[in-house]
Design a protein around this ligand. Structure first.
Ligand SMILES: NC(=O)c1ccc[n+]([C@@H]2O[C@H](COP(=O)([O-])OP(=O)(O)OC[C@H]3O[C@@H](n4cnc5c(N)ncnc54)[C@H](OP(=O)(O)O)[C@@H]3O)[C@@H](O)[C@H]2O)c1
Length: 263
């Protein structure tokens, strides 16, 4: 059991059914933490089922659709019941990428859906879970963003500079996803400034290019290779960054290696 200031550390991970979220739950449980695994349908996730067998009461399953305010409210109520002393670290991981299309051909309705899930979703979850975070010891929120949300990097081709590595292939695509993560970054900074006096720390984190359903979805279409990172390596690296968080780092946009990214 992992104790901090005499209290067990409680993490809440959204989008825990598969991919990076599932791996977060796995590694946090292996480290002896208490984990709230929040997913749209936890019972449908075979990965989560194995943790229930292995880790028993260390893992709490909660139904949470980040795009649905009623679902978020119900999830916060059930977490509050299970953890009356609050939670320590909220990892807003749930996300969608939408179809890989040229930015000029992006469908408006899909754009709205991506913004709702990737930007408003983490905002609504954070806002609704604030009373729980205020009671916790660590008071940290990690918003899983993407390097694709960096406006500075996205604008490079306009200045005759190449985008780094695989981002070049996607430079003309995915306006909805990129805008949603850029807006998530601004949401992170805005809340970090607002909540600084309460000692609440928020960061944006790019997990790297990771071999998950999302990470591998564009590879065939764009003729780019396989994602270089597997979920265990990405999450282990991200946890090192999270372990080193202090209030002074609030509002920072990190990658999984702890480098600071340009907004
Ligand atoms: N993989 C990469 O290379 C990469 C790179 C940069 C950033 N990211 C970010 O990392 C995060 C995790 O991505 P991933 O690669 O693990 O993707 P993934 O394998 O596609 O998994 C996405 C997760 O988000 C959940 N989700 C989607 N919409 C949701 C909603 N409305 N409410 C609750 N959960 C929802 C999914 O749940 P269901 O099973 O219910 O669909 C699933 O658990 C995302 O925020 C993504 O943008 C990924």
């Amino acid at each position: 059991m992992a104790i901090d200031n005499g209290k067990q550390v409680v993490y809440c991970v959204t989008g825990a059914s598969r991919g990076i979220g599932l791996e977060y739950v796995k590694q946090l449980l292996e480290r002896g933490h208490q984990v709230v695994a929040a997913a749209r349908n936890p019972a449908k996730s075979n990965g989560l089922k194995t943790f229930a067998d292995k880790h028993g009461s260390a893992v709490t399953f909660v139904t949470l659709d980040v795009a649905d305010p009623a679902s978020i409210k119900a999830a916060a109520a059930s977490v509050s019941k299970a953890f009356p002393d609050g939670i320590d670290i909220l990892i807003n991981n749930a996300g969608i990428n939408g179809n890989i299309v040229r930015s000029s051909e992006q469908d408006e309705n899909e754009f709205k859906e991506v913004l709702l899930t990737n930007t408003l979703g983490p905002f609504m979850v954070t806002k609704t879970f604030l009373p729980l975070l205020r009671k916790g010891n660590k008071k940290q929120v990690v918003n899983i963003s993407s390097t694709l949300g960096s406006i500075g990097i996205a604008a490079k081709p306009l200045k005759g500079d190449d985008n780094p590595d695989n981002l070049a292939a996607i430079s003309k695509m995915q306006v909805a996803y990129k805008a949603s993560k850029a807006a998530l970054n601004m949401t992170t900074v805005s809340l970090a400034v607002d909540l600084q006096e309460e000692g609440i720390t928020l960061i944006a984190m790019c997990p790297g290019w990771v071999d998950t359903d999302m990470g591998s979805s564009a590879t065939d279409e764009l003729g780019i290779g396989k994602p270089p990172l597997d979920p265990p390596s990405s999450v282990a690296a991200q946890l090192k960054v999270i372990d080193g968080l202090t209030p002074e780092k609030s509002g920072t946009y990190f990658n999984h290696e702890g480098d600071v990214l340009p907004f």
